[in-house]
Write a protein of this length. Structure first.
Ligand code: ADP
Length: 423
């Protein structure tokens, strides 16, 4: 009875370990980094448990009293089969393509796989039991580990393979233990670079022919060819739109490759006045436009990029608010710093679209956007400009009621209006 319970425990353990490994591998290849990490932790624990039990049962001891030699032989055969399955499981875990390091509560290394040797430069048996942040002292990962590794870190140079960049995350489990996962993202970065270069080159190449076409269209006087006047008007509008798309794509390419912005004083009183004037010109009296400025602060950053971002939001508010609606531009203090916001009483945006609005060419309604003269790149530019200023875009909207787009700037980006740095 006791033996059959033991055997079913073995079977159950093996089945569990195999299922966890399959889940981990499947999740891993499907890109579910964290979920497969959890499965891997559980797998590792099962492997440890089985190893321990194996060691307890391994010595070829004579059959204990009360157990027949036949039963004992069967038991030993099963034990050997289990040991072999165990080796297979450990091998599979060792050969995962991403680096996996198991850490105890002091961040000492308990186990790591082959990819961790290659990507993180760990060596066995030397690095078993070492403090990981000390072992990686020359890498950016060391400071990240010492700061608690709370958020995943991207684009870190691989300590064991300097040509590779890593995405590294930490997964807590058990009693204050951790699983460190590192994925080589160099090939993704290369693809992203190819995409960026392609978009920048195409946009650049399109600029000159478009300028020529636009120039010739402007030279033709519709009064000379009245029968072509409507076609001419449409051609001019479309070439202008294409020109704007190309300019926006070039702006985005520049913003994407930029890592920081100029630290210039951006006087908000004049920027807000300009933005308001632009809104009035675009609206042509069809909306009620109000400006409320109470922050008494200037911004520190790129005047050109901030102007582009802030006026984009106002232009959207005008374009997506029906005639007679109202638009309010605000510049006010917040506990975290200051916020620039544009509220409208326009069409509004269903919640399901909010998370994707800042993607390039993402539109709720292509026809409405096209009719309103949009390029589909405005909010993407806003997001990039704000990122470069360590600011966040917050969008609140109710279909049929209206929307508020708010840009939240931290204290580090504020200057007392007409005065000095606030910090
Ligand atoms: P577009 O050039 O199409 O306006 P944007 O990136 O500026 O591109 O905006 C993306 C989409 O977000 C728009 O197509 C529109 O559907 C929606 N949108 C942006 N601002 C507003 C707003 N104030 N009210 C309603 N919808 C908006």
């Amino acid at each position: 009875m006791a033996q059959s319970a033991t055997i079913s425990f073995w079977k159950l353990s093996i089945a569990l370990a195999a299922a966890l490994l399959a889940g981990a591998l499947l999740g891993w290849f499907a890109g579910g980094h964290v979920a497969s990490g959890v499965a891997l932790v559980a797998l590792f624990e099962v492997v440890l448990l089985l190893t321990r039990i194996r060691h307890q049962t391994q010595p070829m001891m004579p059959a204990p009293a009360g157990v027949s030699p036949l039963q004992h032989d069967r038991f030993m055969t099963r034990s050997r089969r289990i040991a072999s399955s165990l080796r297979d499981l450990r091998n599979a875990a060792s050969h995962l393509p991403d680096a996996v390091v198991l850490l105890d509560q002091q961040q000492q290394v308990r186990w790591f796989n082959h990819a961790a040797e290659n990507l993180l430069g760990l060596r066995r048996p030397r690095d078993r039991g070492v403090l990981l942040h000390q072992r990686l002292a020359t890498s950016d990962l060391s400071g990240w580990l010492q700061d608690g590794a709370l958020e995943p870190i991207n684009d870190v140079m691989a300590p064991g393979h300097p040509e590779s960049q890593l995405n590294v995350s930490m997964l807590p489990f058990g009693r204050r233990q951790h699983l460190l996962l590192a994925r080589d993202i160099s090939h993704l970065n290369r693809l992203e670079q190819i995409r960026r270069d392609f978009v920048a080159n195409v946009s650049h190449e399109l600029r000159t022919p478009l300028t020529v076409i636009h120039g010739y269209l402007e030279l033709i006087d519709p009064e000379d060819v009245p029968e072509l006047a409507p076609v001419l008007g449409e051609m001019r509008a479309q070439s202008k739109r294409m020109g704007q798309i190309v300019e926006d794509l070039l702006t985005l390419s520049r913003l994407e490759t930029q890592h920081q912005v100029a630290d210039e004083r951006v006087p908000m009183a004049s920027l807000l006045a300009t933005v308001r004037k632009e809104a009035e010109a675009l609206s042509q009296g069809r909306h009620q436009i109000t400006l409320e400025s109470t922050a008494e602060a200037d911004l520190l950053g790129s005047p050109k990029d901030l102007h582009s971002a802030l006026s984009n939001l106002v232009s959207n508010a005008v374009r997506y608010t029906p005639i007679g609606g109202s638009i309010t531009i605000r510049w006010r203090r917040t506990p975290e710093g200051a916020a620039y916001s544009v509220s409208d009483t326009g069409f509004g945006i269903p919640t399901t679209h909010l998370a994707r609005l800042t993607e390039r060419f993402y539109r709720i309604s292509s026809s409405r956007s096209r009719d309103s003269g949009g390029t589909g790149l405005g909010l993407s530019i806003v997001k990039h400009v704000l990122n470069l200023h360590q600011a966040q875009l917050q969008i609140e909207s109710m279909p049929g009621i209206g929307s508020t787009f708010a840009c939240h700037f931290g204290h580090a980006r504020l200057l007392t209006a007409g005065g000095s740095d606030e910090n």
